[in-house]
Design a binder for this molecule. Structure first.
Ligand SMILES: Cc1cc2nc3c(=O)[nH]c(=O)nc-3n(C[C@H](O)[C@H](O)[C@H](O)COP(=O)(O)OP(=O)(O)OC[C@H]3O[C@@H](n4cnc5c(N)ncnc54)[C@H](O)[C@@H]3O)c2cc1C
Length: 384
C-alpha cells in the first residue's frame, strides 16, 4: 500500500528501506528523541553513504547541483524514513533551502550557496513572542539610509542557538526614509549589534529553540528576500509541501507504531495473547483504520501536488488529520503496551513526545482548521 505507486517509487522505497537497515547498527546506544546527541562521525557516515546512493540531494534544487525529487517521491521517502524509526533519518537528506530557494543575486551568493554547501546554517524566525512583557506589535522595521532598523521579539526559533543567520519575518513600516510598506523576509546575521538570544530552551520532543530579541538591529536593505510586501507570500511559498512533509512523517510514525503493536499483542502462547481479547482487538483495529485513512489522504494530496495543482486546503487538512492520527495511534499503543511504554528510553515514550509537538509545529491544528474553513467560505476553492 498504496499499490498504485509507479515502479520507480516502489524501487525508491525499497532502496531507502535497505539503506536504513544498513545504517541501523550505527544508531546503537543513541536515544530516539529529536534532541538525543548523534556523534559527528556517525552523521558523516550516514551523509556520505546517502550521497553515494543518491538520496542526499533529493531536497535540493537541480540548478544548485541537487537531484530535487518530485512531491510524490518526497512523500514516499519521508514516510519510509519515519516508518523506520531511527534517529539517523535526520541526516539522510542534505540542507533543504526551503524559502531561501528563491533567493537571487547577492543574497543567493552570500546566503543560499553557503547553506547548500553546508558552510552556513539558518533558522526561520516567524513566531512572535507572547506574554505580558512582549513588544506591543509584531516585529517591525523602518528604513534608515541603506539599512532597515529592526525591533521586536521572536520565539520558538528552531536551531537558533547554532544558526549563522535568521530568515526573519518583519513588517516594514513608514517611519524613517520613504518607501513601500508591508511584510518582508529579512536575512539577519546572528552576530550583528542589536540581535540577542534571550532564551535557549528545548521542547518535549527534544528540539532546541531560542527566543530572539531585535533592538534597533541595523540590517542592510540588500538582505531582503524578494521585495517589501512579499514577506508573507515568501514564508508561505511552499507551505503545502511543508505540511504534506509533516503529514508523511506522521504517517510513517503511525505505520511503525502499528507494526510494533502487532508484534506486541500477538506475542506469547495462543489463547493468552493480548490479541485474543476482543477489547484489545477493537482498539487495535482503530489504529489500523486511522492509519489507512491517513495514508489514503496523504497520497491523494501528494498526487495533487505532483500534478502541479494548487492544494492549500488539502495540504492544511492533511497535516491536521495525519498528525492527529499519529497522536491517537501512538497514544493507543502506549495504552496497549502498558507501563513499560512509559519508561524513559522506550521507543513509544519518545514517539509520544514527538507526535504531540507535531500538532503545533508548522501550524496549530485549530489554526489550520480555520484555513480550511476560510478556503471554502470565503474563496470557494479546494476539493474538501
Ligand atoms: C517543535 C516546534 C518547532 C517550531 N519551530 C519554529 C520555527 O523554527 N520558527 C518559528 O517561527 N516558529 C516555530 N514554532 C512555533 C510554531 O509555529 C507555533 O507554536 C505555532 O504556529 C502556534 O503558534 P503559537 O505557539 O504562537 O500559539 P497561538 O497562536 O498562541 O495559539 C495557541 C492555541 O490557541 C488557539 N487559537 C489561537 N488562535 C486561534 C483562533 N484564531 N481561533 C481558534 N483558536 C485559536 C489554538 O488552539 C492554538 O493551538 C515551532 C513550534 C514547535 C512546537
Amino acid at each position: 500500500m498504496p499499490e498504485s505507486l509507479p515502479a520507480e517509487l516502489v524501487d525508491l522505497r525499497e532502496r531507502l528501506q535497505a539503506f536504513v537497515e544498513e545504517i541501523r547498527p550505527l544508531a546503537r546506544g543513541i536515544g530516539g528523541g529529536e534532541g538525543d546527541p548523534v556523534p559527528e562521525d556517525v552523521r558523516a557516515k550516514v551523509r556520505e553513504r546517502s550521497k553515494e546512493l543518491g538520496f542526499f540531494g533529493m531536497t535540493q534544487p537541480r540548478e544548485d547541483g541537487g537531484s530535487e525529487a518530485s512531491p510524490l517521491a518526497m512523500v514516499v521517502a519521508r514516510e519510509t524514513l519515519a516508518a523506520a524509526n531511527t534517529p539517523l533519518a535526520r541526516y539522510v537528506f542534505g540542507p533543504d533551502p526551503a524559502l531561501l530557494r528563491r533567493a537571487e543575486g547577492d543574497v543567493r551568493t552570500r546566503y543560499l550557496e553557503p547553506v547548500l554547501a553546508g558552510e552556513k546554517s539558518w533558522s526561520f524566525a516567524f513566531t512572535e513572542s507572547r506574554g505580558p512583557d512582549a513588544p506591543p506589535k509584531p516585529t517591525w522595521a523602518v528604513r534608515d539610509g541603506d539599512d532597515f532598523v529592526v525591533t521586536g521579539r521572536k520565539s520558538f526559533v528552531t536551531g537558533g542557538a547554532t544558526a549563522d543567520f535568521f530568515a526573519t519575518m518583519v513588517n516594514v513600516e513608514d517611519g524613517g526614509d520613504p518607501g513601500p510598506t508591508g511584510t518582508a523576509m529579512l536575512l539577519i546575521d546572528r552576530d550583528i549589534p542589536g540581535v540577542t538570544i534571550t532564551r535557549d530552551f528545548h521542547s518535549m520532543e527534544g528540539g532546541g529553540h531560542v527566543e530572539l530579541s531585535f533592538e534597533q538591529a541595523r540590517v542592510p536593505q540588500v538582505n531582503i528576500l524578494g521585495a517589501v510586501g512579499e514577506g508573507m507570500p515568501r514564508a508561505m511559498g511552499n507551505i503545502s509541501e511543508e505540511r504534506v512533509a509533516s503529514a508523511a512523517t506522521a504517517c510513517g510514525i503511525a505505520m511503525w507504531t502499528v507494526d510494533f503493536t502487532t508484534k506486541h499483542i500477538t506475542g506469547g502462547p495462543e489463547g493468552r495473547r493480548l490479541a485474543d481479547r476482543e477489547g484489545v482487538r477493537l482498539r487495535y483495529s482503530d489504529m489500523r483504520i486511522d492509519t489507512y485513512a491517513a495514508r489514503a489522504m496523504l497520497y491523494r494530496t501528494a498526487r495533487l501536488l505532483e500534478a502541479g495543482d494548487e492544494a492549500i486546503n488539502e495540504g492544511a487538512a492533511t497535516k491536521v488529520f495525519c498528525t492527529e492520527v499519529a497522536g491517537r495511534v501512538v497514544d493507543t499503543a502506549v495504552q496497549l503496551v502498558g507501563g513499560q511504554a512509559l519508561i524513559v528510553g522506550h521507543p513509544l515514550e519518545a514517539l509520544y513526545r514527538r507526535v504531540r509537538s507535531m500538532r503545533l509545529a508548522g501550524g496549530a491544528s485549530d489554526i489550520l482548521r480555520l484555513t480550511v474553513a476560510r478556503g471554502i467560505v470565503e474563496f470557494d476553492t479546494g476539493r474538501l
